[in-house]
Design a protein around this ligand. Structure first.
Ligand code: HEM
Ligand code: HEM
Length: 342
């Protein structure tokens, strides 16, 4: 779905609500607090056994051909669920084409990847394992590896008790999706939406008003403050090639429609303050600069210095708390485990 500039203008024309409760009411129409329980996902009942298995798989570098890269390599849960690199480094030390987005709260995105090419986390998880620049493995070799580790076979049986042949590439993806569904990070903004007046500073509240009035929330809305809807990066003014490299045409590669050239999913903004560098190119390290670029490229607006600072203060209030995660102890290799390849 694309939003026309006229809709943006209509939203920007809204007057700033002055009273705290009015601001909360407006905000609740646009955003939503995180759920307090693990969200349900389509066609994949979430059970404690699946979550535990998925956690082990998420941390296990043996899902990669080299035995070096796990999901965790590029989605480090200790650093905001991403890798803090311009673009990720994967198999054979190759540099991939895009910045790694956070896995935190990703279950709540309408579609996955910068261009939304995967419908959900289950479909998504099969991508990196096979991608040449990421883990460079094959489904058959992943299944061989898992079958060679008796502990995994037991875990898969416990996670998929109704299945005769539970160790499969699809079930690997389902278990990872179940683990990722637990990565929900409640933030001060959620406490404020839920009624805690003191959870946001005055600057953050002023930033929220600006975020709504200027029109940012026309694209970055909902529970993940983005993560749904596709828009040209450069709707009003195309950023320079140093921020928007010409060779990555975004959603055009998915739909092959000319209108989708340089169209990307409105990025989800939860935890954005801890997931620099920014944009699919990862070219911008400073959140304030990213905010200024957005205002110019998407809204044709130059923000005053204080306005940009206040929007950043609002974005800071989206930094949440990770659930406690115990690092899993992974099963040791056996004689039949495929050996790492270079
Ligand atoms: C995107 C999970 C392995 C780098 C994503 C997304 C998820 C995810 C959920 C989409 C997030 C969003 O759209 O907001 C996983 C899992 C992995 C894994 C479960 C293991 C099976 C890796 C590895 C690397 C990596 C090893 C680095 C070598 C990236 C990059 C993107 C991405 C660059 C964005 C790609 C694009 O939009 O085209 N990953 N990831 N991931 N991940 Fe991973
Ligand atoms: C990305 C903030 C307005 C669509 C981003 C990012 C930030 C941001 C910080 C980078 C996220 C990251 O790298 O993880 C803002 C602010 C806005 C605003 C503060 C208002 C001043 C808009 C509007 C639209 C939009 C109005 C839609 C017309 C997008 C898209 C991306 C993005 C498509 C992904 C760009 C890429 O491919 O790298 N936004 N945004 N944003 N935003 Fe906005």
């Amino acid at each position: 779905m694309r939003l026309l500039p006229i809709v943006l203008l209509a939203t920007s024309a809204l007057a700033a609500p002055l009273h705290a409760d009015e601001l909360r009411d407006s905000a609740k129409d646009i955003f939503a607090p995180l759920p307090s329980t693990v969200p349900a996902v389509k066609d994949n009942r979430i059970t404690p056994e699946k979550i535990e298995l998925g956690k082990a798989l998420f941390f296990d570098p043996r899902l990669s051909a080299s035995g070096v890269f796990s999901c965790y390599s590029c989605h480090n849960l200790a650093t905001g669920g991403d890798d803090n690199m311009e673009t990720s480094v994967g198999h054979g030390w190759q540099k991939g084409p895009r910045n790694s987005p956070t896995v935190l709260n990703a279950v709540l995105n309408e579609a996955q990847f910068w261009d939304g090419r995967a419908a959900d986390l289950m479909e998504q998880a099969k991508g990196p394992v096979q991608a040449g620049v990421e883990m460079a493995n094959t489904p058959a070799q992943v299944v061989d590896t898992l079958n060679s580790l008796p502990q995994y076979v037991t875990w898969f049986k416990a996670a998929f008790p109704e299945e005769a042949d539970p160790v499969s590439f699809d079930n690997m993806a389902k278990a990872i999706e179940a683990f990722e569904a637990t990565l929900i990070t409640p933030a001060p903004f959620d406490s404020w939406l839920n009624g805690d007046d003191l959870a946001l500073s005055d600057d953050a509240k002023a930033g929220l008003v600006l975020f709504i009035d200027k029109g940012c929330s026309s694209c970055h809305s909902g529970v993940n403050v983005g993560g749904h809807g596709y828009y040209p990066f450069g709707l009003i003014e195309k950023p320079g090639a140093e921020v928007l490299p010409p060779d990555d045409k975004g959603r055009f590669a998915v739909t092959e429609t000319v209108d989708d050239e340089y169209v990307f999913r409105a990025a989800p903004l939860r935890n954005v303050a801890v997931t620099a560098p920014y944009f699919h190119s990862g070219k911008v390290w400073d959140l304030k600069v990213a905010v200024q670029i957005m205002a110019e490229s998407q809204l044709g607006e130059e923000l005053a210095d204080q306005e940009a600072d206040q929007i950043v203060a609002f974005l800071d209030s989206l930094t949440g708390t990770l659930p406690a995660i115990t690092v899993p102890v992974l099963p040791a290799e056996t004689a039949t485990t495929p050996r790492p390849t270079a």
